[in-house]
Design a protein. Structure first.
Length: 119
């Protein structure tokens, strides 16, 4: 059974930092492109950051220079370091693992973790 379990969310003041973790089980996350998505109330889910199995990363424009995605394959875990947080970063953050193998798509999601940025 595949599980992606997020942790590290919470409430923080503007300008603060949080580090989200996504622990994978049932898959070798090193074989997957891993991403962090977020969804605010009434909004569509959007890709915040992604790191490929080849360690290439890309970011949503509004989080560049503030967020950093990384992976520790030995721990089967992906991280999202979030600095200089803004109220508009408030959302539920979801971890995603995606892979295409022999024409078959594998796509897994975590349950989400709430991030609230407010003074």
């Amino acid at each position: 059974q595949v599980q992606l379990v997020e942790s590290g969310g919470g409430s923080v003041q503007p300008g603060g930092s949080l580090r989200l973790s996504c622990a994978a089980s049932g898959i070798s996350s090193r074989l997957y492109d891993m991403g962090w998505y977020r969804q605010a109330p009434g909004e569509r889910r959007e890709l915040v950051a992604q790191i490929t199995s080849g360690y290439r990363s890309n970011y949503l424009d509004s989080v560049k220079e503030r967020f950093t995605i990384s992976r520790d394959n030995a721990k089967n875990t992906v991280y999202l370091q979030m600095n200089s947080l803004k109220p508009e970063d408030t959302a539920v953050y979801y971890c995603n693992g995606h892979r295409i193998l022999a024409g078959k798509e594998f796509d897994y999601w975590g349950q989400g973790t709430q991030v609230t940025v407010s003074s």
